[in-house]
Design a binder for this molecule. Sequence first.
Ligand SMILES: [Zn+2]
Length: 390
Amino acid sequence: MKRTRFGSRDRLSRDAAELQRLAIGLSDSGGKLEDSYWETQLAEIVTSLLKNGAEDEVNTALDRLFEANPRAHDELADMVESCAETGHLAFKAADYDIQLFAAPVLAWSRFSIPSCVLPSATVTALAAHLGAHVFGANARVALANYLFSPDQLPRSFCDTWQLTQALGQATTTGEHLAVDTQGMPDTNRFLSDVRYLVGCIAVPRGKALFRWNEKDGSKESALKEWIKQDSPNLEPLLTGCAWQPLLPDAYHAACRNADRLSRPYSLKASVAFLQTMLGLMPADIRAVVGPCYDRRMEEYRVGLGPKSADDTFHGIVWPLLGAEDEATDAASEIEAVLREAGVQDVLFLDHHFPMEFCDDCGAPLFPNAEAELVHAEMPEQAGANSQALH
Ligand SMILES: [Zn+2]
């Protein structure tokens, strides 16, 4: 699957060529011992490139392999993510592994979903709950003092590496990381979105990383305890929002899980939004679902409106993620989520819609029952603040 990239350069540098050679070797390897031989070399060069800010070399190698050797591409992508989110440090004469983690929270609000600096008492409480319920008994936990929106997470593998190192160091001092909010990007406003707590654990080499690595632990009970314990701390931050914490996990895995789960969450949020704002009951909603194509199929768009008229009040984008493509049965999942939310009238269109957006506000356009792409417009009485006035 193609991973995020941040630009590339034409000339293939020596480092990028070496990355390709090692990744291809790893993808062709016949056994665990040979895997380990390639992985050690690959990890060394990837880490050194991330340390030196050589994002372009990494992306050049990923781009070339994406075309030429998809299996080697995936090996390299996995290694780059792993090197960006892990590391080692020595502390009190012991060797520690460090692992960047994210604790995502799905949220929706008819107002706005905060992304903000966390009060220090909240950071301390959340870190203590993470340590007690999510991570292994010997893990030292440091947390960044910020509730991040997706726009505010590190933009590159090199930035992620830097954050891992900074938070890793913080685990040794027992302090939390004060995030520099200067130049922090603005948050795009959506009805439904994800917020992230980000931190790092340091674990003595060979000890359990997560609570579920221990004999009496499981992911289910860790999530249950985490929801129970973190909710009172998040409550005052997320006023006016409905929200649902997800299982904290290794950084990239947690982010991918949040991307996946935010799709059904935002669909249900939109149905609830129409009920809250307009009194439009799920049973009176019509959903129109259409696939949108750029060079390949990129996403479904779901327009929501009343059964009684041909209006589109609201819509959501259901992006295809990772290895998903046209053959993925996302349509059944969309239908199941809508039915679970009480929407019975679901119309699937077999068109190849273009990826069209509003010229004025950039909002995606949604399919209606006539198979046209239209601008979602809330009716007048819903209040002007949610209206697109053009
Ligand atoms: Zn618009």
